[in-house]
Every structure is written in C-alpha cells, then in structure tokens.
Design a protein around this ligand. Structure first.
Ligand code: ASP
Length: 342
C-alpha cells in the first residue's frame, strides 16, 4: 500500500509555543522541527510534513483574507496529501472551521483543526494529545477512503463537525462544544467513530475551493433594554447586506413597534436578516410564539439550529458566491455542509 501523507499547517496560537530558556517567556518554535518537541510523531506509520504561516497569526487576528490563504495552501497540497491538520488558536477556531467547511467543496479528505489551552512546550500541555490524535484521525482510512472527509475540530477527546462547534470555556481542556450535533468520534483507549453522523460527499464530485467571502454583514445580539439607536445604527450601517440577529430561546425578540419597524425597514432595503438563537442548543422556531411570528411575517429568515459562527461564515460565503438574493434565501434554508438539521 502506498504510504499515507499528512500535512500539518501551523497558523499560530498557543499550541506552537515553547519556553525560551534565556528569557523564560513563551515564544513560537519552528514547526518544521515539530518532532523535536513531540518525538512520538516519529512512531506513526505515515509521513508527516509541516508548514507554517509567515507571519504566525494569533487567532484573534483571523480574517477572511487569511482563510483564503489557508484554503489556497490546502488546494495546492490536496493531491499530494491524504489529510490535513490545521493548528490554530482556540479563540476563533470555530469561525475558521465553519468558514473552511463552506469554502472547500466536495471535500474527500479530512481537514482537522486543533490547538491547545497550554503550549506544547509546557509540562502539562494538552497540545501533545490533541496533535497526536488529530493526526491519527486525519490519516484514518478504510479501503483508501478517509474515515472522516470533513472539516472538523478535535479537542480534548472529541471530534466535532467544525461548523457545529463553539468555544465555550477559556480555562478547561474541554474548550469546545457541539450541542446540536453528535461528536463524529470519541477518543479513549480506541478512537470510536460515529459513522452515521459523518458526512460523505459523492466520490465523483470534483474538489473545488472558493476564494471569495463578503464581509458586508453585521451581528446584532438583542438584550432586554436594547436601545433603538443601537438597533438603527447596526441595521443602517453602510454597505451591510445581511445581519445575523441573535435572539432569545426559539427565535423570539421584542414586539415593540419601533423594533419591528427597524426590521421591516431593513428588509425593505434588501438586507437579509438571519435569526439564530442565543442558546447553545436547540432550534429557531419563529412560529411558536407571537414574538417570533411578527418577524416571520416581516421576512426574517430562520437560522434553524445554526451556531453564530456558522451563520456569520455561511452568509459571508453566500453573499460572495450566490447569484441572486433568491439563491441566498434558498441556501440559508438548506444544509450545504451539514451545518443545519434538515
Ligand atoms: N489567543 C490564542 C489564539 O486564539 C489562544 C489560543 O491559542 O488558544 O490564538
């Protein structure tokens, strides 16, 4: 059997840091020599190559231009490698994973994002286990087909679909959750794959990369007492084409006239309003309460069980790549990469 090859792409973040013995502070290490820091990598029965971003990016500085750089790296190396492990800061990892899931079409190879809460160069690091298991998953195959041909996040002991994931803990090693979708795998003594939940695209589709994202969107989280000027300012911001509205519970928002008028005005101007819930789990069902029905009548679109991260990146993707407003609306109501239930 031909030897499998996995590419590690180090973008930046805590995982790739070691303590500088001279200054005692954390500094990034040269990832091309990653196996000097994690000698276990030499024991794998597949080849590992690594490349790094130049300059490295703290994930708080992530943006769509860098996502384009990342998908270009994956595209350039797609035919040579069997899987990809993307090392990334945890702060915006769920946004990047969601964005990549939309930007990579007909993916037939694993793209596994991981990182760590403690740097690889520290004794109690969670980075070693995360990196080693992410690599094992990226290389896992049956009859030369990848077991998980999806964009995923592996963290602590779970593999999640990337566009279903949210960072929820800034302290624990269990930093991510996916409350609306089962993990795709769990790592204990064995890695147990949850096959019915893994998405397999048809093998005859051609792999394609989208390199356009439109940032003309806003995110508005409502709260009791939200001020009319704030709502107006966000919905009326120049060059905004779509707004993710984070509402309460099953998609409910205030029924005050001024609030509904602002929504109506925005929709009349052609702005798309996508309703997602502030809750970590569950679905938007605007028909359930009068407070949601008003918005449904005005033309607000249900985000179903989308995470905010997936809502933001799906809109960026659709605004840049769909041919018409109708096409955007239709695609918001269906699953493109397993990001919503349908
Ligand atoms: N601020 C860092 C980042 O997101 C934290 C981390 O790596 O987890 O890049």
């Amino acid at each position: 059997m031909e030897e499998r090859k996995i590419l590690i792409i180090y973008t930046g973040g805590t995982i790739g840091m070691v303590i500088d013995p001279e200054t005692n502070s954390l500094v990034p290490f040269d990832f091309e020599n990653v196996s000097n820091h994690v000698p276990e990598l030499r024991k794998f029965d597949f080849q590992i190559k690594s490349i790094s971003f130049e300059p490295l990016v703290d994930s708080s500085d992530m943006n769509p231009d860098i996502w384009i750089q990342l998908v270009t790296m994956i595209e350039e190396n797609y035919s040579e490698f069997d899987g990809f492990v993307v090392l990334h800061g945890t702060d915006t990892m769920a946004y990047t994973a969601s964005a990549l899931s939309f930007m990579l079409h007909n993916l037939q190879k694993p793209v596994i994002l991981t990182g760590s809460q403690l740097p690889l160069g520290t004794i109690r690091t969670d980075g070693k286990e995360n990196l080693i298991t992410a690599l094992e998953i990226a290389a896992a195959q049956k009859n030369r087909q990848a077991l998980v041909p999806e964009v995923c996040i592996y963290f602590k002991d779970k593999l999640f679909r990337g566009n279903r994931t949210t960072k929820y803990n800034a302290e624990h090693f269990h930093a991510f959750r996916s409350d609306n979708y089962q993990p795709l795998a769990e790592a204990g003594i064995h890695i147990k794959y949850n096959y019915p939940y893994i998405r397999y695209t048809t093998l005859n589709g051609t792999f394609k990369v989208t390199k356009k994202m439109d940032t003309g969107i806003a995110l508005l989280k409502i709260f009791p007492g939200i001020n009319r000027d704030v709502v107006r300012a966000v919905l009326g911001a120049p060059n905004i084409k779509a707004v993710v509205l984070e509402t309460y519970g099953s998609g409910n928002a205030p029924t005050s006239k001024w609030f509904l008028d602002c929504i109506e005005e925005a929709i009349e101007k052609g702005i798309i309003i996508l309703n997602v819930t502030q809750c970590l789990a569950g679905n938007v069902e605007m028909w359930r309460y009068e407070t949601g029905v008003h918005m449904l009548d005005l033309g607000v679109i249900s985000g179903h069980d989308l995470t905010t991260e997936a809502a933001v990146t799906k809109l960026m993707f659709l605004l840049a790549n769909a041919g018409s407003e109708e096409e955007i609306r239709t695609n918001l109501n269906k699953s493109l990469r397993g990001e919503i239930y349908n």
